[in-house]
Design a binder for this molecule. Structure first.
Ligand SMILES: [Zn+2]
Length: 168
């Protein structure tokens, strides 16, 4: 079946459209999917709908560590389950995580895992986050966010130069 042409909700170009869940279905573990309500479906062109399973799973792992949602516990369980089943992903996470000390705003030292991906994967992951932002913007405003332009996701070091200086 030929895909119907229309305006891509992510980039705004008129192209054959496919349907995609954004935020990715992987972010809603099956045990809580009924609580999340209808997941947001977007009409996106093939170029904007190019997320790989590896990137989606990585996104779940990253968000699962820090999520503060009513279903954070279920999400973390789902991350553990994914990592226990996927040795390649587990290796990727382990090889790219370092434990570092940070000085928090209250002066206390905080030990935290810092997950730094190889550039190429990092760009894919940032692209996945950018698509979520654009999809949620379309869902709420009915318009394409910054048509024909890209948005940028800054590394926290850029936002908190003091924090990065104080790395131990
Ligand atoms: Zn597109």
């Amino acid at each position: 079946m030929a895909a119907k042409e229309g305006k891509c909700q992510i980039c705004g170009e008129v192209r054959p459209l496919t349907r995609e869940h954004l935020p990715q279905q992987a972010l809603y573990p099956k045990s809580i999917r009924h609580l999340a309500g209808n997941l947001n479906t977007v009409a996106a062109c093939a170029e904007c709908n190019n997320s790989s399973n590896v990137v989606d799973e990585l996104l779940k792992v990253c968000i699962g560590q820090i999520a503060d949602a009513p279903w954070s516990k279920e999400l973390r369980e789902s991350v553990d389950s994914t990592l226990s089943k996927n040795q390649r992903l587990l290796r990727l996470v382990n090889e790219n995580t370092r434990i570092e000390n940070f000085i928090a705003a209250n002066g206390n030292t905080v030990r935290a895992g810092v997950f730094k991906l190889p550039t190429e994967l990092n760009e894919s992951l940032m692209g996945a986050i950018e698509r979520i932002v654009k999809a949620l913007f379309y869902q709420h405003c009915g318009k394409v966010l910054i048509e024909h332009y890209e948005i940028s996701v800054f590394h926290p070091d850029v936002i908190h130069p003091e924090l990065s200086k104080k790395n131990v």
